[in-house]
Design a binder for this molecule. Structure first.
Ligand code: KG4
Ligand code: ZN
Length: 353
């Protein structure tokens, strides 16, 4: 199968070609037009995707050393995401597939993150073997799921307020850092003391609600945001500037500790031998290191995508379409799939063993 994947759910215009089990190209263009707004402006995102989509798709096909006629199918993100942004890639992909007379495969962006550790060419690539716990942490979602080998899954925990990526971006904004602040905090934290200040870890064994914690796999990061705001209000600007790296390291440590603790607790609770961490926040170096250490200690297999496949990319869209094809999960072909904005619309329930 030669698959073209297209991804436009937020502020990355991306196209990738998978030739059989090989990622032959994966072009990602990150939009710069949002700088200064402190976040993604939906209308600007859609217009920028429209401006870029033809050249990005052309580059992906050219870099893969094929022509469009060599493609067997086209897959694109159908949601969740900014609806106008999703529509650009989705309509483009459907139109192109229709014109070429090949099937179109709609892909759920969050599911594509969930299976991104299985992209061919990811370090130590292999297909899922047995059930695993998936921690999916992006700018808009924080989910813990039990995933079965047949690609079905059940969400066992989600954020009650902000996503982990939002926790990085919003606390970073308070610290005067550019959007997206996740990678900036990651870099700053490398030179700071993570024990400099203890920020709150909601719904964990160390939090005040520890009694209600057992078996609670939900997350909450809005208290961390408030806590950082209060901390900044209490300390002079000069002090904050001097200790920026320490504060960044402490904020990062609070987020990472919660993510690791909940994921490992879920692996124990559901007695699975493998864990996967994916989505933009899985590029975080402290999270990767902490998950590697925790899994090593517990004898649990860790699936991590390569960092290029952590943040939004089209290789994960093409790859999931390939996995779905392998497992016989591709439905009747249609060129009129509607975009969707919320993840809740598409959850594929798995029976929990
Ligand atoms: O998956 P993604 O690229 O887009 C969404 O689907 O949302 O995730 C973007 C999120 C942003 O919140 C960004 O700050 C965060 O991932 N992120 C990071 C790092 N790289 C990206 N957060 C922490 N450390 C990083 N190195
Ligand atoms: Zn994403």
């Amino acid at each position: 199968m030669n698959i073209l994947g297209i991804e436009t759910s937020c502020d990355e215009t991306s196209a990738a070609v998978l030739l059989g089990r090989r990622v032959a190209s994966n072009i990602v263009s990150s939009q710069r037009c949002h700088t200064g707004f402190g976040g993604v402006v939906p209308e600007l995102a859609s217009r920028e995707h429209e401006r870029m989509i033809v050249s990005i798709v052309d580059s992906a096909v050219t870099e893969a050393n094929i022509t469009k006629n060599d493609l067997d199918c086209i897959a694109a993100t159908a949601g969740p995401g900014l609806i106008g942004a999703v529509m650009v890639g989705l309509c483009f992909a459907e139109g192109m597939a229709f014109a070429l007379g090949i099937p179109f495969v709609p892909v759920n962006h969050i599911e594509a993150h969930m299976f991104s550790a299985f992209i061919p060419e990811s370090p130590g690539h292999r297909s899922p073997e047995g059930a695993f716990i998936s921690l999916t942490v992006s700018g808009g979602h924080t989910l813990l799921s039990v995933v079965q080998e047949d690609l079905s899954y059940a969400v066992i925990g989600k954020t009650l307020d902000d996503a982990a990526g939002e926790a990085f971006d919003k606390t970073g904004k308070m610290l005067g850092l550019a959007y997206p602040a996740g990678p900036v905090i990651d870099r700053l934290a490398a030179g700071g003391d993570r024990h400099f200040h203890e920020f709150p870890r909601a719904l964990t064994s160390s939090s005040q609600r520890s009694r209600s914690y057992k078996g609670n796999f939900d997350f909450s990061f809005s208290g961390l945001k408030t806590s950082v705001l209060t901390y900044l209000q209490k300390h002079p600007e000069e002090y904050i500037r001097t200790h920026l790296q320490d504060i960044a390291a402490s904020v990062q440590h609070a987020i990472v500790s919660v993510l690791v603790e909940k994921t490992m607790a879920a692996a124990r609770h559901y007695r699975v031998g493998a864990v996967s961490v994916a989505g933009g926040v899985s590029a975080n170096s402290a999270l990767r290191k902490a998950m590697q250490e925790a899994c090593m200690r517990s004898g649990i297999q860790l699936y991590l995508p390569g960092t290029v496949y952590s943040t939004d990319n089209a290789a994960m869209i093409a790859s999931l379409a390939g996995l779905m094809h392998e497992k016989g999960l591709i439905g009747k072909n249609r060129y009129d799939v509607a975009p969707f904005s919320s993840f809740g619309d598409r959850t594929r329930k798995a029976s929990l063993k």
